[in-house]
Design a protein around this ligand. Structure first.
Ligand code: URA
Ligand code: SF4
Length: 218
């Protein structure tokens, strides 16, 4: 199946999914949107109020800021793919529960493997913990690491930067590094697949921040 067909199938499954309790309160599931052949994918936490209304990811205030960050980095939505770790809105925007993350995981896994991006940017702590179990966002934000053949770049959530103005410049700085990282990741996967397939705990440069493990999920 082509990536676009897989993504369409995932979107259809998600729209009628009852695998976790979040389906009771959703108005629209939010499977994600963007380029099925994107070299970079952004993964947020879960739909908020506006996303639940519209069925599209990052269309509220955090989404406006994300658009700004993407534009500054010379990226536009049509070039990237944006989704969340859970596809239905947690009531009151609470953090998703572990069982909800687990239930929704197969959809995200299928999207990642269909798109096969060189770079995955995690937005916020919950998305980051999909790839690193004990990373501290304050020390590893903006710093790339390899996980199962893909470059992962943890970033602060745009909503956090909206609430904490001191983080704005930090997030902007991290995003400005993305074009270089996309090139680097693409080159490495092409020319040095051994390096790209190295997992985090073998990567010497990343040993020092308490980032010693990755989840077995990916
Ligand atoms: N916050 C998220 O994490 N995801 C969205 O889609 C919107 C806001
Ligand atoms: Fe299904 Fe995911 Fe929605 Fe839960 S959050 S109902 S697992 S699509």
């Amino acid at each position: 199946m082509k990536p676009e067909e897989i993504l369409k199938e995932v979107a259809e499954q998600v729209s009628v999914c009852t695998r976790c309790k979040l389906h009771y309160s959703r108005k629209n599931a939010v499977p994600g949107s963007g380029n099925p052949h994107a070299s970079i994918m952004f993964i947020g936490e879960g739909p908020g109020f506006h996303e639940n209304e519209q069925g599209l990811p990052f269309v509220g205030a955090a989404g406006k800021f994300l658009d700004e960050l993407l534009a500054d980095a010379g990226l536009e939505r049509a070039r990237v793919f944006i989704t969340n770790v859970v596809k239905c809105r947690p009531p009151g925007n609470r953090d998703p529960f572990i069982e909800e993350l687990e239930a929704c995981k197969p959809y995200l896994e299928r999207q990642i493997s269909a798109i096969n991006p060189d770079v995955v940017v995690t937005l916020g702590r919950i998305s980051m913990s999909y790839f690193i179990s004990n990373g501290k966002i304050s020390s590893i934000h903006g710093r790339p690491f390899w996980s199962n053949g893909r470059m992962i770049v943890p970033m602060y959530h745009p909503a956090a930067a909206l609430h904490q103005p001191s983080l704005r410049e930090v997030v902007k700085g991290d995003f400005s590094g993305l074009p270089g990282l996309i090139d680097q990741a693409g080159e490495t996967r092409k020319n040095n697949p051994d390096l790209a397939s190295m997992s985090l705990n073998e990567n010497e440069d990343d040993q020092d921040d308490g980032v010693t493990e990755q989840l077995s999920l990916f």
